[in-house]
Write a protein that binds this ligand. Sequence first.
Ligand code: CA2
Length: 151
Amino acid sequence: MKIQVIHGPNLNLLGQREPEIYGRMTLEEIDNRLSRLGKELGCEVFSSQSNHEGEIVDLIQKAGQQVQGILLNPAAYTHTSVAIRDAIAAVGLPTVEIHLSNIHKRESFRHHSFISPVAIGVIVGFGAYGYEIGLRALVHYIREEGKKIGK
Ligand code: CA2
């Protein structure tokens, strides 16, 4: 099984700024942990980060042909992007939406997600560990769904 992790805008700054909100772990550390966990769970994990909406749409479309699931932190595009939502809906891959912070405890403009209605689930507020919870949940979901439809 192959999983694509996509990190949205500014997440390349993780570990360098605002540690009180986003923690001290760098993106590279998060990706290394996911890759290690992926091996434990029997799957290959590919990670990408982009600051550009259209590039994220391209990554999702490419993922649609190459992997079985997506772990996505759309960052600020969560609250604005119909294009990313449409891409997720179009490829039809199971997608777990991740947020480091609890977006519901923050400013009201962060409370709405364009992505959640097309995600199989959402994990918020557990910092970098949320990605690991998300990967476990996604792999479990894909395996269980595969059983159900006799794949
Ligand atoms: O909590 C999350 O994971 C967010 O997706 C992070 C986004 C924010 O716009 C969402 O509302 C919630 C912001 C990512 C910015 O990342 C930074 C990391 C370090 C320093 C500055 C920004």
